[in-house]
Design a protein around this ligand. Structure first.
Ligand code: GLA
Length: 380
């Protein structure tokens, strides 16, 4: 007998994210300035007749898999790990669920640096929470989604992507303190300018291994710093002066990694100030500085992204441009005069094709609300 008081099915939407500035700062307890956008993962989740069998379909990939909620483990690689990872983390928190069928579908480019993975995790965590009345709050769902990636996917990501996907607000960017998780929203008022994403359509395989390496390098840097400043726990706590004072005490490469993080945190705060004061030219300069720091100090860019940024530098109608997300491919984010976007996209697409033999994909994006319910019913 079906219990008519219980929700039977639900449709949830979770967005992709952009990040205005603040790259590779989140796992260093630093600051980020992301927003949710109008690209989404949509999940249709319903109870099935089984006590503990889950059937999950990735519609875009035309792939399905089934697993037992009482006994499952990570596989070598694949999207299935995101799913099982989220279920595992919710179960660890005490979440009890029975069998379900889930279908995913979305328009977030994979490898585009817009975090399709966080959207996938958040949509599942949120929908399971609603359907099975697990009673978790958003902070718990965000954390569970992040840990799914650590423990099942194997990437020690920070919290920015899941936070932005879950907590985004229409027409607002959010300044997030990744240590306290305190956040505040700021209107993104760009006047005659707009955001433009340019997808390089490359996704170098280094991305996941190098990501974890960078994280480890930052921890190594903290180790050196702690010897002199024992009170500090993270790169967030270091001032540029303190860091420079220890330059000779650590390997040059570790110093550069730390310098990126320390300077990027300052840029996020400066950029937020510039944005709220309407000083878009300053915001643009900080965005360029972020790119060059990611390129030379943190070394997570690639020739395609560097080329796209470089092509903007002599254009007075572009205020700022940089790689966005983890790096090694994906998108650049640009602040460009609205009236010049069409002409610029045509020009740069042709130049990029000539240089690399790859098509560029431009996205005019809008900033939207975070994860939320589209539909639910108590009927089957
Ligand atoms: C990926 C990670 C985030 C963040 C960015 C870089 O998107 O998932 O946590 O570290 O890279 O800023």
């Amino acid at each position: 007998m079906k219990d008519n008081h219980k929700k039977q099915s639900i449709i949830i939407q979770s967005p992709a994210r952009i990040n205005i500035i603040g790259e590779h700062t989140d796992y260093n307890d630093g600051f980020v300035l992301p927003a949710a956008i109008d690209k989404n993962m949509v999940i249709r989740l319903k109870r099935n007749e089984t006590p503990h069998i889950a059937k999950v379909t990735a519609t875009n990939l035309n792939e399905s898999f089934t697993f037992d909620l009482k006994s499952f483990s990570r596989i070598n690689a694949g999207w299935q790990n995101y799913i099982m990872g989220v279920v595992h983390e919710l179960q660890k928190l005490g979440g009890k669920m029975s069998g379900f069928d889930a279908e995913f579908e979305g328009n977030i480019p994979i490898g585009g640096g817009m975090s399709s993975s966080a959207a996938l995790e958040c949509s599942l965590a949120y929908s399971l929470n609603v359907l099975f009345e697990l009673g978790f709050n958003k902070a718990q769902l965000i954390k569970a989604s992040q840990l799914a990636e650590h423990n099942f996917v194997g990437i020690k990501c920070g919290i920015m992507d899941q936070f932005a996907s879950m907590m985004g607000k229409k027409d607002r960017v959010m300044l997030l303190d990744c240590r306290s998780l305190a956040y505040s929203y700021y209107p993104l008022e760009l006047g005659d300018y707009q955001l433009l994403l340019l997808n390089s359509n490359v996704s170098h395989t280094l991305a996941s291994s190098e990501y974890n390496t960078r994280r480890a390098e930052c921890e190594e840097g903290v180790g050196f710093l702690k010897k002199v400043f024992p009170e500090m726990t993270n790169l967030r706590d270091v001032s540029p002066e303190q860091l420079v004072s220890l330059k000779e005490k650590m390997p040059e490469q570790i110093f550069r990694r730390c310098r990126h993080v320390v300077s990027e945190n300052q840029r996020v705060l400066a950029a937020t100030k510039a944005l709220s004061e309407g000083k878009l030219d300053i915001l643009g300069q900080l965005i360029y500085q972020s790119h060059f720091s990611l390129q030379t100090d943190y070394e997570v860019s690639c020739p395609e992204l560097d080329y796209l940024v470089q092509q903007t530098q002599d254009k007075d109608y572009i205020l700022g441009s940089r790689m966005m997300g983890g790096g090694f491919g994906g998108c650049t984010i640009n602040i460009i005069k609205k009236s010049r976007t069409k002409e610029f996209v045509a020009k740069i697409s042709e130049a990029y094709q000539q240089q690399f033999g790859i098509d560029l994909t431009p996205y005019n994006i809008s900033i939207e609300d975070g994860t939320g319910e589209i539909f639910s019913t108590n009927k089957n």
